[in-house]
Ligand binder design. Structure first.
Ligand SMILES: [Zn+2]
Length: 218
């Protein structure tokens, strides 16, 4: 498991070699520039620069290609004690106790569950561009909530401790949450205890000996 209240942030590795991306981007910019010059010449002399439209079109196409290559990289993913978080503009976080299914499907790791805001989550993590994040997720799932892992993950999917960057997490808040056993709202931090594995929260009076994830509650 990771250290208490820090998580690791994994940037996607580019599936496209950076050189190809820059080549397409530069070619697009050059063609667009040449097209603009050509357009200017044509505006002065209607017979000149007959391929203006083609050059401008090629430039636009190449620039669109560069945008698509850049978008295919995907979002950064965070993994830590608070669960899995997808950086999709806002942070879409699935706590470990919110996971319902984690499974390797071909070249992706599929993650299903309920987010910290109660919405359904169905995300994938590429085993190519997000290999370190996928490996970290599988390792944490095995340690924390093994029941949600469906099938086996490839043995080659091994987490690397040095991958990603460490990010500080806020302390787990109990006040304002509901007891996972009784449904009772917890008004104060001292009213409840949290499972160290999945971060389910229980009222002190209603806590079972064993959490729903299988972890012992102390
Ligand atoms: Zn638990």
């Amino acid at each position: 498991m990771t250290d208490a209240r820090t998580e690791r942030r994994y940037e996607p590795a580019s599936a496209t070699p950076q050189g190809l991306f820059l080549l397409v981007l530069n070619a697009g910019a050059l063609a667009a520039g040449a097209g603009a010059v050509s357009f200017y010449v044509q505006s002065k002399n209607a017979g000149a620069a007959p391929f203006t439209a083609e050059i401008l079109g090629t430039g636009a196409l190449l620039l669109a290609g560069a945008t698509a290559l850049s978008a295919a990289r995907g979002n950064a993913v965070r993994v830590g004690p608070a669960g899995i978080a997808f950086e999709k503009g806002d942070l879409l976080r699935v706590p470990w106790h919110g996971l319902s299914r984690v499974q390797v499907e071909g070249a992706v790791l599929r993650i299903e569950g309920v987010s910290s805001f109660g919405g359904a989550v169905n995300e994938t993590c590429s085993l190519h561009t997000h290999r370190d994040a996928a490996a970290a997720i599988v390792a944490e799932v095995v340690a924390r909530v093994p029941a949600v892992l469906v099938g086996a993950a490839p043995e080659s999917l091994v987490p690397r401790a040095e991958a990603g960057e460490a990010i500080a997490l806020e302390a787990l808040q109990i006040a304002g949450k509901r007891c996972a056993a009784s449904g009772k709202p917890l008004a104060f931090e001292s009213d409840g205890v949290a499972c160290e594995r999945c971060e389910r929260v229980y009222a002190k009076g209603a806590k079972p000996a064993v959490c729903a994830c299988g972890g012992a509650l102390t």
